[in-house]
Write a protein that binds this ligand. Structure first.
Ligand SMILES: C[S@@+](CC[C@H](N)C(=O)[O-])C[C@H]1O[C@@H](n2cnc3c(N)ncnc32)[C@H](O)[C@@H]1O
Length: 362
């Protein structure tokens, strides 16, 4: 019989998050690439042009004014104009050889960064990144990944802070907040606090990219069971919607071979090197009914059971618009996840949206 221990949220979850978050990563990354990608590219090109002008003519350019994009430019940057601009610029000999100066470097914050996957992706694209999360366990896993990725501390800095109150050492060009992190709030009024903290952290004209579950997601998708076996764990999750309190909930039960967590950590979180559970990596997620899983623990292994409970608040489009507007952020668009999901069975229209907002200029 496994020993059971109740855990606060994001503790055991942190150890295995990268293995269970897999299905969401594809749509998330495609949406970021399509929605935010052209903005970052446009910003980079403007900064490089300013840098090149500065280098040629000794013209003083203040980093704050350089490379800002107007809402109008976002539409252009998604179309042929942006690609044409990009081709033109890469052919310009005067800018080709110029690496961006430290002042022209794009600064971002990945809010609720979890295990740091997005922060690492942004840093690998040459951006300076502040990776912010409230969970010490998530940040511990993130820091181990940053160290393995060999990213210098000038590229990424991990900060433990709450999304409702966080502050950054400098204003940033863009903030991402991904994989429905914005639903992980305790109260309805918290959304406006997050929007205000985001607006404070952005430079004027800066961008906020995030995604959120709608009430429909809780009513239609949350009522499900989920089983997954991965490296170093076997997990079952039950979800539901509490209509009276208007909240989605999920209870995770993690079964971990005795000593596995200690060994995972001392092995530098490389469970692939450890052999107590055969790898199957199958996510079996269906409406209703547990699906059979193929669990083959090593003979003689004893298991520990950890239980974690999560609650989420759902946001209507109106609530999101209201909170962003009150904080001085203008909504540029909202995109349904199905557009980026490529027919994945769990994706349903009207349940999950990607959002882009821009901070007003002074
Ligand atoms: C579903 S995970 C998303 C992680 C990451 N953004 C990703 O895309 O993989 C939600 C994250 O939000 C963090 N979180 C929850 N409440 C928070 C709060 N009030 N302030 C900051 N982070 C919070 C959790 O610690 C967790 O890492």
């Amino acid at each position: 019989m496994a020993k059971t221990q109740n855990k606060p949220p994001y503790s055991i979850f942190a150890e295995f998050y990268d293995q269970i978050a897999g299905p969401m990563r594809g749509p998330m990354e495609r949406a970021r690439e399509e929605i935010l990608g052209p903005i970052i590219q446009g910003l980079r090109e403007r900064r490089e042009r300013e840098g090149a002008r500065q280098a040629r003519g000794g013209i003083e350019v203040h980093a704050r004014g350089a490379g800002e994009i107007h809402g109008r430019d976002h539409k252009q940057s998604h179309g042929r104009d942006a690609r044409a601009t990009s081709r033109r610029d890469t052919r310009t000999p005067s800018t080709q050889h110029l690496a961006p100066s430290p002042h022209s470097r794009i600064t971002t914050c990945d809010l609720c960064c979890g295990t740091g996957t997005t922060a690492i992706q942004l840093a690998r694209r040459g951006m300076r990144v502040y990776a912010v999360d409230a969970s010490r366990d998530m940040l511990r896993v993130a820091r181990a990944k940053l160290a393995r990725a060999g990213l210098a501390s000038q590229s990424i800095r991990a900060i433990q802070a709450d999304m409702r109150t966080f502050r950054l050492p400098e204003p940033v060009d863009a903030i991402t907040c991904e994989t429905d992190a914005i639903n992980h709030l305790a109260r309805k009024r918290d959304l406006e606090s997050v929007a205000r903290a985001v607006a404070r952290a952005l430079r004027p004209g800066g961008w906020f990219f995030f995604d959120a579950n709608t009430p429909r997601a809780f009513k239609e998708l949350w009522i499900m069971n989920w089983i997954q076996e991965g490296q170093g764990f076997f997990m079952t999750a039950r979800g539901g919607y509490d209509a009276r309190r208007d909240r989605g909930w999920t209870v995770f039960d993690w079964f971990v071979p005795a000593g596995a967590l200690r060994r995972l950590r001392s092995a530098g979180l490389q469970p692939g090197n450890l052999n107590w559970v055969e790898r199957t990596d199958k996510l079996q997620r269906r409406g209703g009914g547990l699906q059979p899983a193929t669990l083959r623990p090593s003979v003689g292994t004893s298991w520990r059971r950890f239980t974690e409970r999560y609650e989420q608040v759902a946001w209507t489009k109106g609530e999101i618009r209201g909170a962003l507007g009150a904080a001085g952020l203008t909504v540029i668009g909202a995109w349904d996840l199905v557009r980026f999901a490529r027919g994945e069975a769990w994706a349903r229209s009207g349940c999950h949206f990607f959002w882009l907002a821009q901070k007003k200029r002074d």
